[in-house]
Ligand binder design. Structure first.
Ligand SMILES: *[C@@H]1O[C@H](CO)[C@@H](O)[C@H](O)[C@H]1NC(C)=O
Ligand SMILES: *[C@@H]1O[C@H](CO)[C@@H](O)[C@H](O)[C@H]1NC(C)=O
Ligand SMILES: *[C@@H]1O[C@H](CO)[C@@H](O)[C@H](O)[C@H]1NC(C)=O
Ligand SMILES: *[C@@H]1O[C@H](CO)[C@@H](O)[C@H](O)[C@H]1NC(C)=O
Ligand SMILES: *[C@@H]1O[C@H](CO)[C@@H](O)[C@H](O)[C@H]1NC(C)=O
Ligand SMILES: *[C@@H]1O[C@H](CO)[C@@H](O)[C@H](O)[C@H]1NC(C)=O
Ligand SMILES: *[C@@H]1O[C@H](CO)[C@@H](O)[C@H](O)[C@H]1NC(C)=O
Ligand SMILES: *[C@@H]1O[C@H](CO)[C@@H](O)[C@H](O)[C@H]1NC(C)=O
Ligand SMILES: *[C@@H]1O[C@H](CO)[C@@H](O)[C@H](O)[C@H]1NC(C)=O
Ligand SMILES: *[C@@H]1O[C@H](CO)[C@@H](O)[C@H](O)[C@H]1NC(C)=O
Ligand SMILES: *[C@@H]1O[C@H](CO)[C@@H](O)[C@H](O)[C@H]1NC(C)=O
Length: 552
């Protein structure tokens, strides 16, 4: 009820301001009124104002008209109403067809009718809260959600299996909430704490009709005392030589296991909670933590598998369900990496995992790539995830050897499959940003050029000084000196000096140029993998962790 009231505030109403005519006794009953149509699931409610006190003894009646007809029919449940709302849920309507409503107020004399804006019930209908059934285990809660509306709902008759649900779950004792979106009618939440009260609320949505419902009431449940036998963990299935090998971890000895399977599509049927898990033929009462069954037991498709342990007296709860896709699980080879340095950045290109026939493993499953890189000289790894296969890692240390490896993940809501890591690629970054090099080189050249010009000017000045203002010489053969091409000599000597300096200058700039070319030539260098330390250790990561539990 609280939820229903809450809903009315959200409802888009058909608003029809209407005015009561002058009624009996000449009393003027004119007052602006509104009629609202609230439809939640199969509940049809009409509401209107009666702010005016003079309308106390007035009664209200509604007529309706189906589309394509001209006759007004008395609206059952909405005749001679003294309050300000009525319920016409009992009327059998085609919810996809437009309908008209009219209202009149009566007080001794009959007033005239006023029409409400026509509307189509389905378009106006709000999704009510779904019904929720909870079952507790020691560390998990099973949530079964029934679609909104009654079993024989007319409003959602065609939508039953299109509903998707969102839920918010929290520990009663804490304020941290976890929201889980877009789930089907059965959902198990794992990795909870035993003997703890959890509360949750659920809302339904019809993505096709772009309708989002309202949260229903809060349901709480306490998880049970921890079971003596824990459920098997880390279940993995792999395909080898036409056989499927299902493995799991278990801490205790002397237990037997059984495995069950289910078609994945059965879970997607929002209406039905009554699907049955089936026994896996060769995996009954197995004493090892693995069982092998022929690959052809399952035709192509997607399945769920679960495992249970038993020690004769006690049975564990079922393990987490893992998804088994006969096609993709077969084998997911590692991706192939190509890495090129661009300045202090690395350009990484990933080739998606390919089957032997170089056909992509499955285009329906977009891969997420996990890229790990580290400096050759350190073990500090940096890791990130990418959906693209071509990207740049910027701002690395220049002239540093980096080691890069990657693996592919296929991820969806309940299932993770990962390839092995690719070979480690070693690559050395180039010296910083290319434009910086040119800038620095330019500045150096400019400085050298300025120094050179200053030097040349100075020498020339000295030369001119010497020629035109020679220091007095106590020699008698000045003329002789002059006659023997003194100027030529002098100029020669200065130019010799100049050449010497110029040579040095030239030399410097040659060295600078040589350095530059050296730097730019260190291109695309890759190093042998033996030299690099692979800090490994990542290929066995637990892949099926659910975030939910950690936060709860
Ligand atoms: C409503 O009132 C009218 C008279 O005002 C009466 O004839 C009619 O039977 C009443 N209808 C119901 C459903 O009470
Ligand atoms: C409206 O009437 C229907 C039966 O016709 C009933 O199930 C429903 O609860 C009623 N709704 C309200 C809000 O009273
Ligand atoms: C309203 O009813 C009164 C008697 O109850 C009558 O005198 C009057 O003419 C009626 N008015 C109309 C508009 O029918
Ligand atoms: C939730 O916690 C509150 C106090 O924190 C308590 O009053 C209430 O009974 C608890 N609800 C349930 C269902 O345990
Ligand atoms: C697959 O079969 C081949 C030969 O039949 C065998 O050599 C190989 O070990 C098998 N691999 C596995 C994982 O069983
Ligand atoms: C398991 O069973 C065997 C014999 O059935 C027994 O010898 C062994 O001690 C048992 N181990 C444990 C851990 O109970
Ligand atoms: C629900 O599943 C059962 C058996 O799995 C089947 O008989 C029944 O028809 C299904 N109901 C709906 C509404 O799908
Ligand atoms: C099962 O229960 C019986 C009686 O309680 C006990 O003797 C036996 O050891 C139990 N078996 C195991 C495997 O715990
Ligand atoms: C589990 O087995 C132990 C004895 O091994 C027994 O005490 C206990 O009651 C059993 N629990 C259940 C749920 O059967
Ligand atoms: C990586 O570092 C080691 C020393 O830690 C060094 O011996 C090796 O040559 C380096 N490899 C590359 C490719 O630079
Ligand atoms: C899948 O694996 C990734 C990376 O290991 C992890 O971040 C993510 O939470 C996993 N998802 C599920 C549903 O286990």
């Amino acid at each position: 009820m609280v939820a229903l009231l809450g809903a009315t505030t959200l409802v888009l109403v058909a608003v029809a301001p209407w005015v009561l005519p002058a009624a009996a006794g000449g009393k003027n009953l004119k007052s602006s009124q509104k009629v609202e149509v609230d439809i939640i699931d199969d509940n049809f409610i009409l509401k209107w104002d009666r702010s005016d006190e003079s309308l106390r003894s007035v009664t209200f009646s509604f007529d309706y008209q189906k589309s394509g007809t001209d006759n007004w029919i008395k609206l059952p449940g909405c005749q001679n109403i003294t309050s300000t709302k009525c319920n016409f849920s009992s009327v059998k309507l085609n919810v996809y067809e437009e309908m008209k409503l009219r209202i009149r107020a009566e007080k001794e004399n009959t007033s005239s009718w006023y029409e409400v804006d026509p509307f189509t019930p389905y378009n106006k209908a709000q999704i009510g809260p779904p019904e929720v059934h909870l079952e507790a285990e020691d560390k998990a809660i099973m949530i079964k959600i029934s679609p909104p509306g009654t079993k024989n709902s007319v409003m959602w008759a065609l939508d039953g299996s299109s509903f998707r649900y969102s839920l918010v779950i929290w520990k009663n004792s804490s304020s941290g909430e976890e929201e889980i979106e877009n789930i089907y009618s059965i959902r198990k939440i794992y990795k909870l704490s035993p003997e703890t009260t959890y509360c949750l609320k659920v809302k339904a949505a019809l993505p096709v009709a772009r309708k989002v419902g309202i949260y229903g009431p809060v349901y709480c449940i306490k998880t049970t005392v921890e079971n003596e036998l824990p459920p098997p963990e880390n279940i993995e299935v792999s395909v080898q030589n036409q056989s499927c090998v299902l493995k799991w971890d278990y801490a205790y000895a002397n237990v037997t296991f059984q495995v069950q399977w289910l078609h994945a599509f059965l879970k997607r049927n929002s209406m039905n909670h009554s699907y049955k898990w089936k026994q896996m033929p060769d995996c009954e009462n197995v004493k090892t933590t693995q069982c092998v069954f022929p690959q052809n037991v399952f035709p192509k498709g997607i399945y769920f598998l679960r495992v249970q342990a038993s020690d004769g007296n006690n049975t564990s709860f079922w393990s987490e369900e893992i998804k088994f896709d006969t096609e993709i699980q077969a084998f997911l080879p590692p991706p192939v990496l190509k890495v090129k340095p661009i300045g202090d950045s690395l350009h990484i290109h990933i080739d998606a995992p390919k089957e032997s026939g170089s056909k992509p493993v499955n285009e329906d499953y977009p891969f997420t790539y996990e890229i790990i890189f580290w400096e050759n000289t350190s073990n500090a790894e940096r890791k990130f995830f990418k959906k693209e296969t071509d990207f740049i890692v910027p701002n690395l240390k220049p002239l540093t050897v980096y080691c890069v490896k990657a693996r592919a993940h296929t991820m969806d809501e309940k299932w993770n499959k990962s390839s092995a890591f690719s070979d480690v690629v070693f690559v050395e970054t180039k010296p910083g940003n290319a434009s910086n090099i040119w800038l620095i080189a330019g500045i150096c050249t400019a400085i050298i050029a300025i120094v050179a010009v200053i030097y040349v000017v100075k020498v020339l000045l000295r030369c001119i000084n010497y020629v035109f203002f020679p220091s007095p010489k106590p020699s008698s053969n000045i003329d002789e000196y002059f006659s023997e091409q003194p100027l030529k000599n002098l100029l020669l000597s200065t130019s010799e000096e100049q050449i010497e300096k110029c040579f040095i200058i030239e030399n410097i700039s040659t060295i600078a140029t040589v350095e530059e070319t050296n730097q730019t030539d260190e291109d695309h260098e890759k190093y042998s993998s033996q030299n690099c330390q692979d800090s490994g250790n990542y290929s066995n990561e637990d892949e099926s962790e659910s975030k939910t539990s950690e936060e709860l």
